[in-house]
Design a protein around this ligand. Structure first.
Ligand code: AQP
Length: 340
């Protein structure tokens, strides 16, 4: 056998990320996470989950949640993820996530979870439903990532704290049982890692906030124009990137920059001396130009439910296979009885 024939195909590093089907995806989800997903699929083995188990930490309407899972599968594919190259599946179809999460709960301290800012924010937002799932959300997220021996996790900056906790849990577990888990790194974009709310630009844009605070990926051009036109800016009239003092203007500049309109410096120079009307119109054009092809593809895909279901079913089988490899190893390490 020749040397070339003898070589095994090189194993690619692994990427895992997930998005909650907890609302209509926003421009924040797109810029902070989704737009990077398809770019990474040639260099990495990518696993993109629809994290429906995370979504129920906040009360969901069952029919809507089911519909949004299918929509998110269509959005993933419409954004350029190829389900033949990358795995797209629902978290709840792979029981290993919940099983590993339980084990990792026993390696996570209450104090660590109490420090999580997302927990504090969401507990304040949903004061009538501060459930244990909301509290242990970061442990489930650690299980999602560690289950696949992930090397890299593309996320927005809001998930950095959870990712650091995931690394701590993995290191703690490895410290006791040997090198069971790969320690993952974050992949956080330089521009657009935190897209801010259009109405309160000191807070992040979130899909579960009121409609006028975000641009939804499926908003039509008129809605996008109206929402950006009403975006909160300031009264000094100068187009300058200064997130501390000019959060609204800076947010629009960084959205444009993240969508490829130029560096922040180039945009500031180009727009210097112009009014906020021009800034908003330019931002609107960038957003519409980015979303139009994605929306067209989404419409085509969502009409073919049988295809989407087929993708989810087939990829869940592969995800289960991969997840069980890690899970069995972990179960053995902690001393669970062997199976006959
Ligand atoms: N505003 C944002 N800017 C940049 N990235 C963002 N992400 C979310 N909001 C922004 C990134 O999107 C990915 C998916 O997020 P998620 O759905 O898992 O949960 P989230 O971070 O809690 O997003 P939302 O929109 O705020 O959802 P709700 O309102 O349901 O809590 C993540 O990589 C996240 O970093």
């Amino acid at each position: 056998m020749s040397e070339v024939q003898n070589q095994k195909p090189e194993k690619k590093p692994i990427i895992f990320s997930g998005i909650q089907p907890s609302g209509t995806l926003t421009l924040g989800n797109y810029i902070g996470a989704l737009r990077n997903f398809s770019k990474l699929q040639d260099e990495y083995d990518c696993i993109y989950s629809i994290v429906d188990m995370h979504a129920i930490t906040v009360r969901q309407n069952p029919a809507e949640l089911r519909r949004r899972c299918m929509e998110l599968a269509a959005i993933y594919i419409a954004s350029g993820i190829d389900p033949k190259k990358s795995l797209i599946y629902c978290q709840s179809h792979v029981p290993g996530h919940a099983e590993l999460s339980w084990i990792l709960n026993c390696f996570t301290y209450m104090g660590e979870l109490q420090r999580m800012t997302q927990y504090k924010d969401k507990a304040a937002k949903h004061a009538d439903n501060i459930n244990a799932g909301l509290f242990t959300y970061p442990v489930l997220m650690a299980a999602d990532i560690l289950l696949y021996q992930t090397n890299l996790v593309p996320v927005g900056v809001d998930q950095k704290q959870h990712l650091e906790l995931c690394r701590d849990i993995a290191q703690r577990f490895n410290g006791v049982y040997g090198d069971v888990f790969t320690i993952p790194e974050g992949y956080i974009p330089k521009v657009g890692a935190k897209v801010m709310s259009l109405q309160e630009p000191t807070r992040k844009m979130s899909k579960s906030d009121p409609e006028d605070t975000y641009v939804a990926l499926l908003d039509d051009p008129d809605t996008i124009r109206r929402k950006i036109k009403r975006a909160v800016t300031d009264s000094d009239g100068e187009i300058r990137y200064d997130p501390e003092n000019k959060p609204g203007v800076s947010n629009l500049l960084s959205i444009m920059s993240a969508l490829g309109a130029g560096t922040l410096e180039e945009l500031q120079n180009e727009l210097a001396g112009q009014g906020y009307g021009t800034l908003k119109a330019r931002t609107t054009d960038c957003v519409i130009a980015t979303l139009e092809p994605l929306q067209a593809e989404f419409k085509r895909l969502i009409a073919d439910k049988a295809y989407l279901q087929g993708v989810l079913d087939e990829n869940a089988r592969t995800a289960n296979y991969l997840a069980n490899k890690t899970l069995r190893k972990v179960q053995k390490k902690v001393g669970f009885a062997s199976r006959g």
